[in-house]
Design a protein around this ligand. Sequence first.
Ligand code: PMP
Ligand code: GLN
Length: 384
Amino acid sequence: MVETANHISKLPGNKTSIFSIMSKMANDHDAINLSQGFPNFETDKKLKSLVTQAMKGGYNQYPPDAGVLELREEISKKIQSLYGRSYNPDREITITSGATEALYTAITAFIKPGDEVIVFKPAYDSYEPTIKLNGGVPVQIQLTGENYRVDWEEVKKAISSKTKMIIINTPHNPTGSILDTKDMKELENILTRTDIILLSDEVYEHLIFDKNEHQSASKFPGLAERSVVCASFGKTFHNTGWKTGYCVAPDHLMQEIRKIHELTVFSVNHPMQVAYADYLKDPKHYLELSGFYQNKRDLFLNLIKDSRFSFTPSSGTYFQLLNFSVITDEKDVDFAERLVKEKGLAAIPVSVFNINKKDNRQLRFCFAKTDETLEKAAEILCKL
Ligand code: PMP
Ligand code: GLN
């Protein structure tokens, strides 16, 4: 007898990602797509020609499973210069198929049935299903206030003998909030003398605004010794479709992560890694990003300043939340759908990432777009 889908499903109730849904809706209705987070401008042609060169140079077979050594060496230098911690390229850095694989691999390497993992809500949508797939239990904590801050007292209360891992994400998707030095020190104090692993999703480390500095877990010794830090070249270098990222962690954690990495993908596309190794040699390529995206954020916010949306400027990422409660009483999911179908503009409803789908009447807009696209989008928003 054929079993019902629910019976055989390991993730019953898990729906198609909102990013796929909204991008498809945007395509179907020929709408401007500010929903899924990806740039609509080209990656640097210098980087593309480095990939072509690598392909022509014969880098077309499996690279080492941990990644091209030269790239791992460049990552190690970059982290040392930005955050002051030394990671051994041979044993503590692994190139992954995007940050998605790094997150999946890190959770799968450590979470056993019954383990609890603290997740801050709203949360990026890959964390909780991966925890559940491994039999773990997500323990949700709501970020609070207009700026979506962490209440560290709540974190202390949520920690139990079963807590195996805490996942943080700074700069934060979808809210654009960031953790500051005080937050990281609080976390460091809380985790001292525990065995809790910190999974730090830092894919937007180079997209941080208003002279704020990114506070990487690798900067704080008490955190770095227990942390897996995940990063994404796709986000940093405007090529999300190349699906290349990495994670760094102390040796004893990384050896476990590599076991899962070998089983899931074994290794990651070779020519891209050779190209990134060369491209990373010039720090300008990532240090100029914050200014570039801050200009985009400011352009977008300036264009909609007379609209009926209200907002707190994003502190990092390439996302901006806009509150629409003055415009309509609709649920955010319904408003987002109507915005695509009737007005030709796609955004992400934030409730899908919240505890119990709490609706704060906010949509997330991606401003990693050409100025022309942002102008067209703003024109629509200003008419609402
Ligand atoms: N974490 C966060 C917070 C993200 O927004 C994304 C989306 N890019 C990822 C992880 C996954 O990154 P990648 O595209 O490199 O797999
Ligand atoms: N990180 C991207 C976002 O938040 C989307 C990634 C994806 O499509 N899974 O929009």
